[in-house]
Design a protein around this ligand. Structure first.
Ligand code: GUN
Length: 297
């Protein structure tokens, strides 16, 4: 059996086209251009690439993009002052603080300071808290897990009652992913570095979401035949034949798993483009929330 490969790039392109159209309509009807501010602290090379991609995606759909790059030595007070300023700026509808932050900074305090209505990453403790509670609605859902949910829908999978296994428990992906799957009525197992007999757990999954950051960790015999496998991992591995000297691979051993799974996402071109598409969607929503707030004043 060879898995159907889900083209996240194509799905994301369709969403971006819809957003571009929505921006044009907004501008025609005199509504403000949606704006996203990105905050990057330090020189983590992967973070620099991600922020550049996010800013470029904003410009392509007609958003305003405001980039802030602080040195790795920036103080907690400096970062907090910037967030307060961006909270007040009416041209900024969404604020994205790229993670991870340098170790000396208090990430939780910084994320808590973001205006709830501008929290397009969905990492504000109130948004995460709402995601974790029945009957509550977060204003924004974290972008990568939200993108995975769209891909699962594209794959035509029925989550209701399905066994889902999430590999990884990070604040950015694993945890909110598990919460979203629970909300969709899946039976969810979260596996991590202390899980005993990992392959036995993953083989039970009707859908397996790999988000651990270990290159090609998930092997063919870790997967139930016909399962839906979503690879969130983006790992740099050395490759002297590649132009940059490295190549991107996922957490899933693609060549092995494609022979077992029913549906599989590639890396690159799977979840990555969906993360950015969801960020754009959240930013458009933030602009719409600001419209409503203005109109009710
Ligand atoms: N670092 C890795 N993924 C993400 C993300 O989705 N948002 C932010 N802000 N930082 C990240």
């Amino acid at each position: 059996m060879t898995a159907r490969i889900l083209d996240g790039k194509a799905v994301a392109a369709r969403i971006r086209a819809e957003i571009r159209q929505a921006v044009e309509e907004r501008l025609r009807s005199g509504l403000p251009r949606p704006g996203l501010a990105t905050v990057l602290v330090g020189d983590n090379p992967a973070s620099q690439v991600y922020v550049r991609m996010k800013r470029r995606a904003c410009e392509e759909v007609g958003f305003a993009s405001f980039g802030y790059h602080l040195p790795a030595t920036a103080s907690q007070e400096e970062v907090e002052a910037l967030i307060r300023e961006l909270n007040q700026n009416p041209e900024v509808h969404g604020i994205l603080v790229q993670l991870p932050l340098p170790k000396h900074l208090d990430e939780e305090r910084i994320l808590s300071l973001i205006d709830l209505h501008k929290d397009v990453d969905g990492f504000h403790p109130i948004n995460i808290g709402r995601l974790a509670q029945k009957g509550r609605k977060p204003l924004f859902v974290p972008c990568t897990p939200a993108g995975v949910m769209v891909l699962l829908e594209e794959a035509g999978v029925n989550l209701d009652g399905a066994r889902a296994v999430v590999l990884g428990r990070s604040n950015i992906v694993g945890m909110p992913m598990a919460l979203l799957l629970i909300r969709a009525n899946a039976t969810v197992t979260v596996c991590h570095s202390h899980t005993r007999n990992l392959p036995e757990e993953t083989r039970r999954a009707d859908m397996l979401i790999a988000a651990v950051g270990r290159p090609r960790m998930v092997k063919g015999d870790w997967v139930k035949p016909g399962a839906v496998v979503i690879d969130v991992g983006v790992n740099r591995v050395e490759d002297p034949t590649a132009p940059k000297g490295y190549r991107l691979v996922g957490d899933v051993d693609f060549d092995e798993v494609k022979e077992v799974a029913g549906v599989l996402t590639p890396v690159p071109g799977g979840v990555g483009p969906m993360t950015i598409a969801m960020l754009l969607k959240n930013t458009l929503r933030a602009a719409e929330l600001a419209d409503m707030e203005r109109m009710s004043l």
